[in-house]
Design a protein around this ligand. Structure first.
Ligand SMILES: CCCCCCC[C@H](O)CC(=O)SCCNC(=O)CCNC(=O)[C@H](O)C(C)(C)COP(=O)([O-])OP(=O)([O-])OC[C@H]1O[C@@H](n2cnc3c(N)ncnc32)[C@H](O)[C@@H]1OP(=O)([O-])[O-]
Ligand SMILES: NC(=O)c1ccc[n+]([C@@H]2O[C@H](COP(=O)([O-])OP(=O)(O)OC[C@H]3O[C@@H](n4cnc5c(N)ncnc54)[C@H](O)[C@@H]3O)[C@@H](O)[C@H]2O)c1
Length: 891
């Protein structure tokens, strides 16, 4: 009988792919034997392997899920340790892409294969029939190609190439291992050069790069269009070409061109391109060379992205490009050079892609999926086609217009079938299932006779309806005596509690509703935990905040190895409200682990019995107490301001990227509810600048209270303090409208604004006419990092503040100023022109706790006051060098 489990895998070749495939397999807790050639190095016969193992610890992104996984890998060489092969169920060959080397290796190892062991090659270009030429039938029946994508831990795609000689039990066994143990999605490809994803992906890369160079177009614009409109990964096309390496691209494309038929369109687009040859000559081969189409230059620790200038192969800082097109359709209808360019390449690309059916695959869904999983396209090429007004018809019409031959898939109308069948891109085919219960936010269905609940809100966020349905569903599962599965229909589990809902409650001052929401969430989690059926949560992508809390309250978690999960809300100042903290305690405490099993995807380790909780930590006492504290803090002005800003439904995401900085800077905007109009040209104004503004102060019924044009230094508060605060950050020519809370509307006794009531809100309109001197802090050139966030009103232009400061020259680490060394803190008014401009810039909008680190150019460290600079000697600073300012607020 054929053994069905895989206990040990041998990987041969410890290069880029071999070592990473070994790590991937070890991550699933499967034993691995990693073999390579004998080294002549003084490091010993296994020196190549030892180096590969060492590299695994340092590579980014990390190939290992944990250092301890290295213990699953045993190394050996192809002379002394061949007998190790006979212990292995699968042997994956990942040696150099040379057919004669691969053949020699097979001859060497085949005598050691145990019966039914599967032999697989990771080749990216050599056809199966060539690899298996000359093999005995008993080996041919278990020889396949398993094409992993780089980096294997992170790329979900695996292209499987096999032929009719391969035994079906072998196919089942390898498919189970690749999908269940390694979490890969298999796409079968016919035995054709480059298989599916690389054939299409490399075609597009060569097509775009070569045509753009020929038409003298700007890579930055093309990449921006690809990433913004087509949702390709941030590298775009030119960036990806750099990432792969121009040398590697040349190897791949020349190998493809050699093995593809002469009429294949790859031959037609792979034209000699002088500029690309010159780049190769100059070692401008991408990230691993001296630059590529792009280059990152590092000056004084600060990274700048640059783009090549083909006229002399130098690099210039990359200028951002304002997108002219709002949609793909708008782009394709445009008569601009870029509109025409995209029209041309898209028609060619799609004709090529569709032309691969049925030679490469007969399944257009597989092509779509392969590009998503192998090239990380957010939207597959076929889905993209549906975003065009006329879909396939557009391709058809364009091809006719341009006199290009149509592939059979179009001429025989096969494409109409897929239009009619309306794509199903989800993991679970809902058509196979029966919906039992449903509301606007979640649904329960019977899938393969199992009760499955899925959340259907944006990002699978948790709201009242989700909780209601879960509670109802647990009752039903108990009645039926059936286990309950919580499975997402999307590539992620849940982004947690619906923050927009929480924000609405806070904004409306509706703390009763907020408390009810929290209590409902707590009840739901408790219901999951104490249900008398098993709750099995299957998680992929992310399970954040409340999403993580669902997992923590489940009996079993089937977690994809790449799942990101945690109680992330603490980093935005929110306390986990649904019981997660308590569950974390249990899981941290081995002895009292309530729900013991966290497995890798489908790893079948889910049979452990849940243990009993300790009595004193059951229920939601902890969460109730914490959420009471949070709610009380939200009732304060500071708390509300903090959350309103944090949770506002702007078009800015709530993601972690840099958001701490944005939170603090945007507090000012939230405080005054600022709306800006126009872009402006010169600026921005920073506290300390002398500005001329035209302003109006109105009451909340829009009655004009005061209006004038005034020139003053920002921070001197000549009118009412709020006007200085709101003007900060404006550009000349821009106007702003804002609402002023009473504490910023009091009049200045010197320039008295009559009729201002200390307890009332006001509105202001400000138009900025000029700024002096002409010395600005460009926000795009300044990096700001904060070490703390807090429920505090931010410091504002004109406020007095006490802080410690240190200024360091980044190029050599020289400390130019340190207030601690002088043993005295600085006390200044934000906007004092005797301190460097950057100090006021950094203080305005900062919450008055913690440290703020600012990296900016020397020019911003000059003081506006002509000669005096309370921190630095002016002559010591070069305008273009990078300096780091660290401010720690005192008190
Ligand atoms: C009073 C005390 C209260 C305590 C309550 C505690 C409850 C519980 O214990 C704690 C939680 O769960 S706390 C929660 C802990 N969870 C977190 O802190 C996670 C916060 N979210 C994130 O970090 C990122 O959004 C992701 C990494 C999830 C996705 O990143 P990406 O792929 O770059 O996508 P993207 O562009 O970022 O978002 C796309 C759209 O989804 C929207 N949206 C997203 N999450 C939302 C949410 N929770 N809600 C609502 N909406 C949410 C987002 O606004 C945007 O909408 P738009 O209308 O199209 O603009
Ligand atoms: N690099 C990628 O992105 C990628 C992606 C998918 C597939 N592949 C395929 O994976 C395979 C390995 O590629 P790589 O990028 O890891 O190459 P690599 O050059 O990084 O590693 C090749 C390995 O082969 C070993 N080797 C050299 N001569 C040998 C011999 N005579 N016998 C046994 N081993 C020998 C080397 O010591 C080295 O460890 C190739 O078939 C390649 O086409 C590569």
């Amino acid at each position: 009988m054929t053994q069905t489990t895989i206990d040990k895998v041998c990987v041969i070749g410890s290069g880029v792919m071999g070592s990473a495939i070994a790590a991937l397999i070890a991550n699933s807790s499967c034993q691995v034997v990693l073999l390579d050639i004998v080294s002549n190095d003084p490091g010993g016969r296994n020196a190549i392997l030892k180096k590969a193992m060492e590299n695994l610890k340092h590579q980014r992104p990390d190939p290992l899920s944990h250092f301890s996984k290295l213990d699953f890998i045993k190394i050996g060489n192809l002379e002394d340790d061949l007998q190790l092969i006979s212990e292995c169920d699968i042997i994956i060959e990942a040696v150099v892409e040379k057919i004669e080397v691969k053949h020699q290796l097979y001859n060497k190892i085949i005598p050691y294969l145990k019966d039914n062991a599967i032999l697989a090659s990771n080749t990216s270009t050599i056809p199966l029939k060539k690899l298996k030429a000359g093999m005995a039938d008993s080996i041919k029946s278990r020889f396949i190609i398993t094409h992993f994508f780089n980096p294997p831990r992170y790329m979900e795609l695996l292209e499987l190439v096999l032929d009719s000689e391969v035994n079906s039990a072998i196919i089942d066994k390898i498919a189970k291992f690749l999908t269940i143990n390694l979490g890969k999605t298999i796409i079968k490809s016919n035995d054709t050069p480059g298989f599916i994803a690389n054939r299409i992906g490399c075609y597009l890369l060569e097509l775009v790069v070569r045509k753009a160079i020929k038409d003298d177009l700007n890579p930055v614009i093309i990449d921006k269009i690809f990433t913004n409109l087509f949702k390709l990964p941030n590298t775009g096309i030119f960036g990806l070409y750099d990432l792969i390496g121009h040398d590697v691209m040349k190897l791949i494309s020349s190998s493809l061109v050699k093995s593809l038929p002469t009429h294949d369109n790859y031959q037609e687009i792979y034209l000699p391109t002088l500029l690309l040859d010159k780049m190769l000559e100059k070692n401008l081969i991408g990230r691993k060379g001296d630059g590529g189409f792009y280059r990152i230059s590092v000056v004084g620790g600060v990274k700048t992205k640059e783009v090549i200038d083909f006229s002399d192969f130098t690099y210039k800082p990359l200028k951002d490009y304002d997108m002219e097109y709002n949609s793909i359709n708008e782009l394709l209808e445009s008569s601009s050079i870029y509109g025409q360019f995209f029209q041309d390449i898209l028609v060619k690309f799609y004709l090529y892609l569709i032309g691969l059916i049925p030679t490469v695959t007969d399944n257009i869904y597989d092509i779509n999926k392969a590009m998503k999983l192998g090239y990380s396209w957010k939207i597959g090429p076929v889905e993209l086609l549906y975003q065009l007004k006329e879909g396939f018809e557009w391709i058809k019409n364009q091809a006719l217009l341009k006199n290009l031959p149509l592939p059979p898939y179009i001429t025989n109308n096969s494409y109409k079938l897929i239009e009619a069948s309306k794509f199903q891109f989800n993991r679970i085919n809902l058509e196979e299932s029966r919906i039992l219960l449903k509301n606007n936010s979640a649904e329960l269905y019977l899938y393969q006779n199992r009760l499955v609940v899925s959340i259907t809100t944006k990002m699978n966020c948790l709201n009242e309806e989700v909780f209601d349905l879960i509670i109802q569903v647990v009752e039903l599962a108990e009645e039926r005596g059936q286990d309950l599965y919580i499975i997402p229909l999307t590539d992620y589990f849940s982004a947690g509690a619906d923050l927009k809902l929480i924000a609405r409650h806070i904004k409306n001052n509706d703390f009763v509703k907020l408390e009810e929401f929290l209590a409902l969430g707590q009840r739901t989690m408790t219901r999951l935990k104490y249900s008398n059926v098993n709750i099995i949560s299957c998680a992929v992508g992310f399970a954040l905040g409340g999403g993580c809390e669902i997992l923590l309250h489940s009996d079993f978690i089937v977690a994809n190895q790449e799942l990101s999960t945690g109680l992330v809300e603490v980093s935005i100042g929110l306390a986990p409200g649904f019981g997660g903290i308590k569950e974390m305690f249990y899981r941290a405490d081995e002895e009292n682990k309530a729900k013991p099993t966290i497995t890798t995807d489908g790893n079948n380790n889910t049979s452990l019995e849940p243990q009993q909780d300790k009595a004193e930590l059951t229920g939601n006492f902890l969460e109730k107490s914490i959420s009471k504290i949070v709610i009380n803090s939200l009732k304060t002005e500071q708390g509300r301001l903090f959350f309103e800003n944090l949770l506002q439904s702007s078009n800015r995401s709530i993601s972690q990227n840099d958001y701490i900085i944005e939170v603090n800077r945007d507090l000012v905007g939230t405080l005054f509810k600022i709306n800006s109009f126009g872009e402006g040209s010169i600026g921005p104004a920073t506290c300390g600048h002398v500005v001329t503004i035209k302003y109006q102060i109105l009451d909340t019924n829009n009655n004009l209270i005061n209006e004038a044009t005034k020139t003053f230094s920002l921070g001197s508060w000549p009118i009412i303090p709020a006007i200085d605060m709101i003007t900060n950050g404006m550009m000349v020519g821009q106007s702003r409208q804002a609402v002023i809370p009473p504490q910023y509307a009091y009049y200045n006794s010197k320039y008295r604004v009559e009729n201002i009531d200390h307890d009332a809100y006001y509105k202001v309109n400000i138009m900025l006419n000029s700024i002096l001197p002409n010395n600005f802090v460009n926000p795009a050139e300044v990096k700001i990092f904060d070490n703390e966030i807090a429920y505090k009103i931010p410091l504002l232009c004109g406020d007095k503040v006490k802080f410690a400061a240190k200024i360091t020259r980044l190029s050599n680490g020289e400390i130019l100023y340190d207030s601690n060394k002088q043993d005295k803190n600085i006390e200044m008014k934000i906007g004092d022109i005797n301190y460097p401009l950057i100090v006021s810039y950094a203080l305005h909008g900062k919450v008055p706790v913690g440290t703020r680190t600012v990296i900016a150019k020397g020019k911003t460290f000059k003081a506006l006051g002509s000669k005096v600079n309370h921190m630095l000697v002016q002559d010591k600073i070069e305008v273009d060098e990078f300096l780091m300012l660290e401010l720690s607020i005192v008190d």
